[in-house]
Design a protein around this ligand. Structure first.
Ligand code: NIG
Ligand code: FE
Length: 410
């Protein structure tokens, strides 16, 4: 066992289920805390240091009066790709829209060309620094979606690369198949949906835990989405949805009907969509403020969603097109300053609710007995300081399953 002690303050949401509405603001705070970690990387006990009886066989680690928070669970990324697209960001700065740039040959299809001409090794080599930096920035679990392959063999290559990112770094990677990200050149919409249902899903379902669909104007319709998700569920996959990002297409409501773990983006969500999510026990509203910032679009209505009783998560959306950032602290700053969330709500959204969006609320996302010892030590005075210090990391050490995997060794 390992005893991490001399933690000046520890903050964590509590629970093994998603927190919705007002519960998101309820942060548990312990002064002079300690965390006792079992050899398998789970937590034996967490609480005030005074409540710990010294354990003869435990090895102790002095956390030097730092502040401990749960590691971030980044529940939405496309962090397996083979090249950047910064010229598109410059085009948006000149006033062109995401859809216009895609029609001009940029967008998802240009990342598809980069991926198709790269080997698995090249894709891993390109993506790994992003995953490592995410870990340095406090993310200990990260979802990674395929979706820049758009054929059975290229999607297989991306899913294999995503798995290797998890093996070759200390990051815990959760894999999602997103064959329905765009229609590749040379195929009609209906041919490609048939290919996903009849060929890609049967061949690839064992390589990913979740199946996601980009349901949006110009991408996949509600009917196509239902068809793809129904097939994925038959094959034993769990579902997520990109919903109501570019236009309101009944995405949030469809996500709830399909029983998805999350409905993501929601920049254009309707009142009816908000009501559907508020009534859902399972579907987390995953907001991606770095994408809104990068697309120069208004933020998702986080305050309305939380006040209506929804469960909100935040994630980076890390991808070369609409959100080139692996920084969850930045997502928290934007949640607080751009979307009027409190620092406590933003932390719940970035940890426990992200875990719920990945069906991991029982084991991840909060610091409690029997959960994973995934935590981050910061040199900050209090939780409020984390989103307040915009764009700068005050992390000293990152701990994954009880082991220091980034930063100072202590
Ligand atoms: O989440 N919305 C769909 N997919 C990404 C963008 C992907 C890209 O532009 O490469 C997103 O924003
Ligand atoms: Fe996305």
């Amino acid at each position: 066992m390992k005893l991490f002690h001399n933690i000046r303050k520890l903050y964590t949401p509590l629970g093994s289920i998603v927190l919705s509405g007002v519960a998101m603001d309820g942060m548990h705070e312990i002064e002079d805390a300690a965390i006792l970690v079992r050899d398998d990387g789970t937590i034996e006990e967490v609480g005030p240091a005074s409540s710990f009886i010294p354990h003869p066989s435990s090895f102790s680690i002095d956390c030097r009066g730092l502040v401990a928070l749960p590691g971030f669970v980044d529940s939405h990324t496309h962090c397996v790709f083979a090249g950047e697209r910064s010229q598109e960001a410059a085009m948006r700065a000149e006033g062109r829209s995401y859809q216009e740039i895609a029609a001009m040959g940029g967008g998802i299809r240009s990342s598809v060309e980069q991926v198709r001409s790269a080997s698995v090794e090249e894709i891993v080599a390109y993506s790994k620094p992003f995953v490592k930096r995410a870990l340095d920035l406090g993310t200990t679990t990260m979802e990674v979606k395929s979706g820049y392959g758009l054929s059975t063999s290229d999607e297989r290559k991306l899913l294999g690369a995503a798995a290797r990112l998890g093996i070759e770094t200390a990051m815990e990677v959760v894999i999602t198949y997103l064959g329905a990200h765009a229609v590749p050149r040379g195929k009609s919409q209906s041919e490609y949906v048939d290919e996903i249902v009849n060929e890609q899903l049967p061949a690839l379902h064992g390589l990913a835990e979740f199946c996601d669909v980009f349901m949006d104007e110009g991408y996949f319709t509600r009917e196509e989405t239902i068809r793809i998700c129904t097939r994925a569920k038959e094959l034993g996959m769990k579902i997520k949805l990109h919903a109501d990002e570019l236009a309101e297409t009944d995405g949030a409501h469809t996500a709830v009907q399909l029983g998805t773990y999350s409905a993501d983006h929601l920049l254009k969500i309707s009142e009816e969509g908000i009501r559907a999510l508020a009534a859902s026990e399972r579907t987390v509203a995953t907001l991606l403020p770095i994408t809104a910032l990068s697309l120069r679009a208004p933020y998702a209505p986080a305050r309305k969603l939380i006040d209506a009783g929804c469960a909100v998560a935040i994630a980076t959306d890390c991808n070369p097109g609409s959100a080139m950032s692996e920084n969850m602290q930045l997502a928290m700053s934007l949640a607080v300053f751009g979307m009027q969330m409190t620092p406590a709500e933003a932390l719940t959204a970035a940890t426990l609710n992200g875990a719920a969006a990945l069906d991991r609320a029982k084991t991840h996302g909060s610091l409690e007995r029997n959960k994973l010892a995934d935590f981050v030590l910061y040199d900050i005075p209090r939780l409020d300081y984390l989103p307040y210090h915009v764009g700068v990391s005050d992390i000293v050490s990152v701990v994954k399953r009880g082991k220091i995997v980034s930063g100072e060794k202590l």
